[in-house]
Design a protein around this ligand. Structure first.
Ligand SMILES: Cc1cc2nc3c(=O)[nH]c(=O)nc-3n(C[C@H](O)[C@H](O)[C@H](O)COP(=O)(O)OP(=O)(O)OC[C@H]3O[C@@H](n4cnc5c(N)ncnc54)[C@H](O)[C@@H]3O)c2cc1C
Length: 488
């Protein structure tokens, strides 16, 4: 026994990190998953990497989040496809952590499990009326127009109202506002889901209010996205000039922050160059600052449906504890009538059984990607062989490229742990079954796995259908159709 242990120790100390053959499972095939796979394959010549995803289609929010009119952003999927075509990497679609397989089963099969399953839930406002019909999270609305199979039947009513309110002032808020306001002849040339295009073609929505509790100085748009929406043809734009006045604290923020300064300049320019009134039938975009939603009101004519939102006016104060600028209520209220509300106040990750989770921040507690155990209430204990990356690790912020740096950090932790011999079986290639064991287990549960070749069939069919309509692809949006095509 002692001899075997010694032999193991010796072989560990003579093994270089790159010659070790860890079996790695990555959960989630969004940017975090693919960048992690790429880094592991490059760092460990013997590594075998399997990427599982609950959907039959890969690429996470690049497929189901990025706006249809941003095709250039989606070209990153070419790079991701090359990663999965490496002989040591595989994509296994329709495998859901938590339902197809449990976390403990997965950890039993692989030396290393990296959780990259993003943020598939929403933060709530927690105010009265939030459950009324006509109120959606931006995530649901985005999934709907991007053809995510879970939201194809959302059917937001765009016909019985001329006004939509988007709560939140980040880039996702601008994406959903832009999709509502952009001409459908332009959208028709994109990969927007056909059910969404049909609904937008019949839409009565003419006015979109993008509302935030803070001011233009604090808005978290990026200049590119703001410029794009301000540049929509024949759009009436309204911003209260009074909202653009700067306090000394604002001046200080703008002095030190180039991006915020640019946003303020763009909004100021839009406010001063806007026409005094909209022309008949012209679509309108209103930026409304310093308003905090207090409650949603119900329609008398359509019981159970939203009729408007009551806002409290706010002012910006410095928080004594954090020194941050925060919005505080003034006790003054006003109402805005509308028939559609899109809450763009942040995505939230969900927990799976057996996973340490920080519900307050909606992330998996970690140090540089190593998952911390909370079983003893002591968060400094590390879960051996379990790592996290992407939105599940940092929270729902950052662009696609941010996940590249995030993956670098997580993979550096994995390599360090392998080098130190912390992952017990990585120097013994026969100890964990990896892919073979996973496929056997899924087979025993009668689970249908969609391999990358299945996705390639979906991809080819979507492009073929798109070609007939002069668009890059016509997305398959039902689970049934996705399976049928993938398994042809
Ligand atoms: C609306 C929107 C628009 C955006 N637009 C841009 C843009 O234009 N440019 C840009 O650079 N960035 C954009 N971003 C940001 C970018 O999309 C994110 O930074 C990135 O997708 C986060 O990567 P991720 O891998 O952590 O999560 P995700 O991309 O969400 O990937 C998570 C994956 O995990 C899978 N999954 C979920 N649960 C399970 C489970 N239980 N088992 C197995 N698999 C599971 C999901 O199906 C998904 O494929 C946008 C984000 C949003 C929300």
């Amino acid at each position: 026994m002692a001899f075997t242990r010694m032999l193991r120790c010796l072989s560990r100390s003579f093994t270089t990190v790159s010659s070790i053959s860890p079996r790695v499972c990555i959960v989630g095939s969004g940017p975090a998953g693919f960048y992690t796979a790429d880094k592991i394959l490059k760092a460990h010549e013997g590594a075998q990497v399997d990427i599982i995803d609950r959907l039959p289609t890969p690429f996470g929010l690049v497929r189901s989040g990025v706006a249809p009119d941003h095709p250039e952003t989606k070209t990153v999927t070419n790079q991701f496809s090359r990663i999965v075509q490496n002989g040591r990497c595989s994509f296994l679609g329709n495998v859901s952590l938590g339902s197809s397989i449990s976390l403990s089963e997965l950890r039993g099969l692989y030396d290393v499990v990296v959780l990259c399953y993003g943020a598939e839930s929403d933060r709530a406002l927690g105010i009265p009326g939030e459950a009324l019909a006509g109120i959606y999270s931006a995530r649901e609305f985005v999934w709907w127009y991007n053809g995510h199979p879970d939201c194809r039947n959302l059917a937001p009513d765009l016909k019985n109202t001329d006004t939509a309110v988007v709560v939140g002032q980040g880039n996702v808020a601008l994406d959903v506002a832009r999709v509502l306001l952009r001409s459908t002849s332009e959208l028709a040339k994109t990969d927007i889901a056909s059910h969404a295009l049909a609904a937008l073609e019949e839409s009565s929505i003419r006015k979109v209010y993008v509302v935030g509790r803070r001011g233009p100085v604090q808005a978290s748009f990026t200049a590119k996205e703001l410029r794009e929406i301000l540049g929509i043809k024949n759009l009436y734009i309204h911003i209260e000039e009074a909202d653009l006045h700067k306090t000394p604290a604002d001046e200080e923020v703008l002095k030190n922050n180039r991006i915020n300064r640019r946003i303020h300049e763009l909004l100021s320019k839009a406010a001063t160059s806007a026409a005094p009134f909209p022309t008949l039938g012209q679509r309108e975009l209103h930026f409304v600052f310093f308003r905090k939603p207090e409650r949603f009101s119900e329609s008398d004519a359509r019981p159970g449906h939203v009729a408007g939102v009551n806002f409290e006016r706010t002012i910006i104060r410095e928080d004594v504890g954090s020194g941050k600028q925060v919005a505080v209520g003034t006790g003054q209220f006003d109402d805005l009538e509308c028939g559609l509300i899109l809450k763009s106040i942040g995505y939230k990750s969900v927990c799976v059984e057996g996973l340490p989770f920080d519900p307050r921040n909606g992330i998996v507690p970690n140090i540089r990607g190593r998952v911390l155990s909370d079983s003893t209430g002591d968060l400094t204990e590390v879960e051996k062989g379990l790592y996290v990356c992407g939105w599940l690790k940092r929270g729902p912020t950052g662009i696609i490229a941010t996940n590249l740096y995030c993956a670098e950090e997580t993979v550096a932790s994995i390599s360090e742990d392998i080098k130190k011999g912390i992952l017990p079986s990585t120097s013994d290639p026969s100890s964990k079954p990896g892919r073979e064991g996973l496929l056997q287990l899924l087979d025993s549960k009668n689970s249908t796995v969609i391999p990358f070749e299945g996705w390639q069939k979906i991809d080819a069919e979507e492009k073929r259908r798109g070609c007939l309509k002069n668009k890059p692809r016509e997305k398959l949006t039902s689970w049934q159709e996705l399976f049928e095509v993938a398994r042809k």
